[in-house]
Design a protein around this ligand. Structure first.
Ligand code: GLY
Length: 356
């Protein structure tokens, strides 16, 4: 199944870009899905300043990943039903990954599918979740367990929305941008490593975002259902998911992107050990992450549990093997590397030496 071509728009004015798209779609009714943070800050002003959205209804859900569940989904279907949504209605998802994943799934299943637009309001959402067609909810304690591949009709990206993002949310999103740069090329990586995250110039960020999203778009177009090449986007994520699960078990909060940043370093260390990736790339990325990102809370007593968690990662081809996406150079991805625990332990030691 080829990926549907998505109308991907980069803009300084979400309102005018949205007006143009909505006028062309001429929906029977318009709904805006937002969480408690984005409803008043972004969705309401957007509704009031965009005549093309006249009559639109805001559906507000509680903020946080815990809303990405079957109850909120059911409430959302109910709100669409009560609001008179038909097959030709439109859902506009205004928020981070939770809102675009949940809203995309609700739209794709309501009356067998209504149109939806994603307006990511976090950097993490813009770089990753809003584009690529992965929609769904968490279920049974498992993340993204139920869902469908379904592409938004349009994705409207504006770095202006990130002006009020807390610093830690900006860094969290930037980890995925670093991942795309590593997948892309040495030049893209150098450009990403030159960005001053503390100053966070939004025009520069919009430019980097455009490049970064193009990397994901290319990969998704080539392998929309993740049978092969799309696994490249898992770079950093085998270790990242283990860091996130460990933190959860220990009652600590870890932002997804921070775990990805540390996971990228683990992958670069393994890539250096197993595939001859040059040490300079590893050190440049580690120095950048050490400068701008929080330190991982990690001791050698955590290693056995981390390795156990990596063993259970759903990306593994069989239960006993640990599978990593690695790279031999920036831009040269090697999929499906089986890594033995004897190599993971020293990699975690080196991670701590580099960034702790
Ligand atoms: N988040 C990785 C992907 O969309 O495949």
């Amino acid at each position: 199944m080829p990926a549907k071509s998505v109308n991907l728009i980069f803009t300084d004015s979400t309102s005018s870009a949205l007006a143009e798209v909505v006028e062309e779609m001429a929906p029977s009714a318009i709904f805006l899905l937002a969480d408690a943070n984005t409803a008043q800050l972004i969705a309401r002003p957007l509704l009031e300043s965009t005549p093309a959205l006249a009559g639109g209804q805001i559906i507000e859900i509680p903020a946080g990943d815990q809303s990405k569940n079957i109850d909120t989904l059911s409430a959302l279907w109910q709100a669409l039903s009560d609001g008179g949504a038909t097959r030709s209605s439109l859902l506009i998802n205004v928020g981070g990954g939770m809102v675009t994943d949940l809203g995309g799934f609700a739209a794709s299943t309501f009356k067998r599918g209504i149109r939806f637009i994603n307006i990511p309001t976090t950097l993490l959402g813009a770089v990753d979740a809003a584009l690529g067609g992965k929609t769904g909810i968490n279920f049974n304690g498992l993340k993204n367990e139920i869902g469908v591949f379904s592409h938004a009709d349009a994705v409207i990206v504006s770095a202006r929305h990130f002006a009020t993002l807390p610093y830690q949310e900006l860094t969290s999103g930037y980890a995925e941008l670093l991942k795309h740069a590593l997948i892309d090329s040495p030049e893209a990586l150098n450009r990403a490593l030159a960005y001053d995250l503390e100053r966070a110039n939004l025009d520069e960020l919009q430019h980097l975002l455009r490049e970064s999203i193009a990397v994901k778009e290319r990969i998704v177009a080539a392998d929309p259902l993740e049978h092969g090449l799309r696994k490249a986007l898992n770079l950093g994520h085998t270790a990242a998911h283990a860091f996130e699960s460990l933190a959860m078990e220990q009652g600590r909060a870890v932002a997804h992107g921070h775990a990805v940043a540390w996971g990228l370093i683990v992958d670069l260390i393994l890539s250096n050990m197993m595939l001859g990736l040059d040490s300079a790339t590893l050190h440049d990325v580690a120095i950048y992450i050490k400068e701008y990102f929080p330190r991982p809370q990690l001791s050698c007593a955590d290693y056995p549990r981390l390795i156990e968690l990596m063993r259970h990662d759903k990306k593994n081809l069989t239960a006993s093997r640990i599978n990593f996406t690695l790279l031999s150079a920036p831009g040269q991805i090697i999929l499906d590397n089986e890594v033995p625990p004897e190599k993971i332990t020293p990699a975690l030691d080196i991670l701590r030496d580099l960034v702790c």
